[in-house]
Design a protein around this ligand. Structure first.
Ligand SMILES: NC(=O)c1ccc[n+]([C@@H]2O[C@H](COP(=O)([O-])OP(=O)(O)OC[C@H]3O[C@@H](n4cnc5c(N)ncnc54)[C@H](OP(=O)(O)O)[C@@H]3O)[C@@H](O)[C@H]2O)c1
Length: 290
């Protein structure tokens, strides 16, 4: 059966094919991505609906909650379908006050990989992203070689299938690629936040996936009158059109919009079927062009 998700097409993450329309699980934890969800059954329902609709790419981390999101994924979906690719990230931990704290020593990185294996109930994780915490929402320079080396060692041991980086500068991506293949880069990007425009095209030429976090604008979803007007004109919602624009922006962009709501999930997945003409794409691209 062809679903909306299939209409977005697929991309090869290393040896693993995924649908370009995926799902980001961060919003399933409690307020501030801390503690349990307000409605556990609703969180489980979102995950099951995503996979039932054809999603094959779920983004998570053991520091969401902490441990909450991975535990929900395991409860909802384990034993996992063969075609499901779960991508996690390491590099941080949570304080008791919900703060996000860098946990970037190689031994801490290794311990987090084991935490993710345990909480997801896996012998091997499909993809682990090394998440840089230098500046929480924007990349900042600094060597990542000791940390990426450690992940490469765990990959050689068979605990990780493929590696990626998150919140990374082009220099850090090159540094990582000199150590081991990088299959994806996860940085902040959306129709109004376009710092990585050049990087996306460079990665496309290398066959590396670009997975924007905050594709809808994050905790305060994007508001733009131009986007809203264009969406109304084609009978879509503004956030659906923001996702459709990303799918048209570059073939290596994979989407992981986050939501805690089945209704929003359905809306987001349906964005894959929107027809974005070249004229509409140009109009939308002008919204966030610098
Ligand atoms: N690598 C990193 O550093 C990093 C950082 C942040 C996030 N991530 C990953 O990226 C994924 C996506 O980011 P995100 O979830 O933070 O932000 P996002 O996808 O840009 O937006 C999520 C926000 O939009 C709302 N929303 C979603 N669909 C909606 C709809 N159809 N209509 C109205 N509101 C809607 C959600 O609220 P509702 O729950 O009410 O729908 C939530 O507040 C995360 O889930 C996580 O896996 C990675």
């Amino acid at each position: 059966m062809t679903t909306n998700v299939d209409l977005a097409g697929t991309f090869q993450l290393g040896t693993r094919p995924v649908d370009r329309m995926g799902y980001g699980a961060m919003q399933l934890a409690g307020p501030g991505v801390f503690g349990p969800p307000r409605d556990r059954d609703a969180a489980i329902a979102v995950l099951r609906e995503a996979v039932a609709t054809g999603v094959t790419h779920i983004d998570t981390s053991d520091f969401y909650g902490p441990h909450i999101t991975n535990t929900l994924i395991r409860e909802a979906l384990h034993p996992y379908p063969d075609d499901l690719v779960i991508v996690t990230k390491v590099g941080a931990r949570r304080g008791d006050d919900a703060s996000w704290i860098s946990a970037f020593e190689p031994d801490e990185i290794e311990a987090q990989v084991h935490d993710n294996l345990r909480s997801l109930g896996l012998d091997r994780i499909d993809i682990v992203n090394l998440r840089m915490m230098g500046d929480i929402h924007a990349p900042s320079e600094g060597t990542i070689a000791p940390q990426f080396d450690r992940l490469a060692k765990l990959q050689r041991q068979g605990l990780i299938r493929h590696l990626g980086v998150s919140n990374a500068t082009p220099t850090q991506i090159e540094e990582a690629r000199a150590i081991a293949p990088v299959v994806c880069v996860q940085n902040q990007y959306n129709i109004v936040q376009r710092d990585d425009d050049a990087l996306i095209d460079q990665l496309a030429a290398l066959g590396i996936a670009y997975v924007p976090f905050f594709p809808l604008g994050g905790f305060s979803p994007i508001q733009s009158s131009k986007l809203s007007d264009a969406a109304t004109a084609i009978g879509a919602t503004p956030l659906q059109l923001a996702l459709a624009w990303l799918l048209h922006r570059a073939p290596n962009i994979l989407l992981i919009p986050g939501t805690s709501s089945v209704v929003h999930l359905r809306e987001n997945l349906a964005a894959a079927k929107l027809d974005v003409s070249p004229a509409l794409f140009a109009e939308l691209s002008a919204i966030g062009a610098t």
